[in-house]
Design a protein. Sequence first.
Length: 296
Amino acid sequence: MLAERETAFEQRWFPARDGLMLHARDYRPADQDAPGAPIVCLAGLSRNGRDFHQFASLISAHGKRSRRVLALDYRGRGRSGWDENKANYNLAVECEDVLTAMEAFDIARAIFIGTSRGGLILHLLAAAKPELLEAVILNDIGPAIETEGLKEITAYLGRRPEPKDWNDAAGILRATHGSAFPALTQTDWHEMAMAIYTEKDGQIAPDFDPAIAIQLRALDLSQPLPDLWPQFDAFTPTPLLAIRGEHSRLLSVATLNEMARRHPAMRRCTASGQGHAPLLHKPDVYAAIADFLGSL
């Protein structure tokens, strides 16, 4: 089914409020008359909308339950422009870009999926514009981030070798993350490589502005990280699903439990055999998301 849906999205560009051109993939539902709010997907720190391709292809092809899916590339990632002002790679500006995308695509209300950094952006959105949130799915992220998990991200973004070819790119990812992701197949690693890397001037390179990794390495991780519990509390009236990778080191079980205490109606899903951040199209995670969407 995915092979038939490879071209089931439009490449869309729109200007940010400061004029920088931003990009999104727009997956139209197979049933144009299918009811339900669209889904807006927000990726992780150095990632882009391609992360959601397999998931978006499944959801947009889901017959009478199909939904429109918009997968955004933040500034400096994927096909969006790189910002000359590197200080603009921050949550507040990226949250504003999400609001601009909503206006550009005439979406008044949506179901949001936030993976890692995308979930942090959703915390800000919940506090500033809760009326936009039909429902929220947080993928391996919460209002409190474990420092050790962030140190791991900082380390592998700083030492990732240059792949010789696409097979090598998949091998590098598997060697780096394989112990936390025993559930992934060789196909999964190749698809992940295609999402993370791009080909530039005959070389395969990470598809993001290197300034983003430099910013992360500049953080003082010897100090406690600020949390977003007040912003998380703004999710209380909103249907919420929290996904945690079984082997995640960024979202702790203790944080997940506190999220559930503060939001008693929150649903939970543990992504078996996955770490940070889980692939959403794996059967157990996809089933939990489909059930959650069906409950709305």
